[in-house]
Design a protein around this ligand. Sequence first.
Ligand SMILES: NC(=O)c1ccc[n+]([C@@H]2O[C@H](COP(=O)([O-])OP(=O)(O)OC[C@H]3O[C@@H](n4cnc5c(N)ncnc54)[C@H](OP(=O)(O)O)[C@@H]3O)[C@@H](O)[C@H]2O)c1
Length: 345
Amino acid sequence: MARIRAGIINVTGYIGSDLARLLYQHPQVELKSVTGRSAAGQKLGDALPYLNETRLLIEDKLDNDIDVVFSAMPHKSSVDIVPALLKKGIKVIDVSADFRLQNASEYLAWYGFNHPAPQLLGEAIYGLPELHRSEIISADLIANPGCYSTSAILALAPMVKEELISSDIIIDSKSGVSGAGRSLSLVTHYSEANESTCAYSIEGHRHLPEIKQELERLSSGSSLAITFVPHLVPMTRGILSSCYASLKKGWLNESAQEKLQQLYREFYKNAPFIRIMSKPPQTKYAWGNNSCFIYPTVDLRTERFIVISCLDNLVKGGAGQAVQNMNLMFNLSETTGLTALAIYP
Ligand SMILES: NC(=O)c1ccc[n+]([C@@H]2O[C@H](COP(=O)([O-])OP(=O)(O)OC[C@H]3O[C@@H](n4cnc5c(N)ncnc54)[C@H](OP(=O)(O)O)[C@@H]3O)[C@@H](O)[C@H]2O)c1
């Protein structure tokens, strides 16, 4: 089979550079074209020295002779270029938020702009393979999920689908600093972020509408009251989400823990990157790897359900998930090129 000719837009950002790392090692991919505004004209191997064997140049325009493009642009910029790529017959995996929300009016509310291509929101598939595998296979446009969203949705999906928890859900997430991207900002300065932790966007983080959208699809449309509080923690990669909800009556007994394990293992039995744990996971288990570790449990004293999930925000939360989607779109095994293990400690 001919190799898939792939392009990356914005290869110099954190997601773009992790895409380059993964696609370069992918046995069925030829990385054919990469763009990056500030590094245009440089060799890819000069900008990302661990890729020094490639002769690719970073260009300011994409070579259109490709099968699939990964757009790693900031939100609001991606939507300006994606429609033209689709018209040329190129499949698009967009890692920005520009096609994740089904309802166009939510873009004004959450992202502050009127969506210029609302017709594409109906065509875009939310690229979470564990929930939308069959639609991803035939999609031309993938809206790759947000990093926090991936960790929260995967943690809660089995319980919401089985209607075992109340509609009142709390998601408390911690992210490493790379989640804020490579652009400089005061909060991500070493002396501000190191040895410090803070909550932010308590009044409403932009990943909340997609978390709500996807969980409500599973709960047959009934409305969920979700409180999502993200935190910045002093590490480079990783997201850990601790989620809480009240268990519905009648489910709690001595075997609840065992039943939870069975439920999660059954729900994710065809999901090669989901690891159901019998103890709380830590972010290092997923460092550089495409896995999401999930530990469901109950607090017997309060009858509260607790689920902890963790992943690497740049891999399962971004570039790795995008490659997983590409594998499905091109009829490859879902794990192709994504089998590298985490680095520990
Ligand atoms: N970081 C994560 O954990 C994560 C996870 C999932 C999804 N995402 C999404 O993935 C996308 C990329 O995120 P990132 O973290 O990789 O970003 P990033 O590292 O902050 O990349 C930002 C870079 O994008 C370029 N850029 C900014 N505005 C641009 C524009 N209008 N046109 C072209 N290039 C522009 C700039 O590079 P130049 O100076 O070279 O132009 C800038 O340095 C975002 O949409 C983000 O929401 C991020």
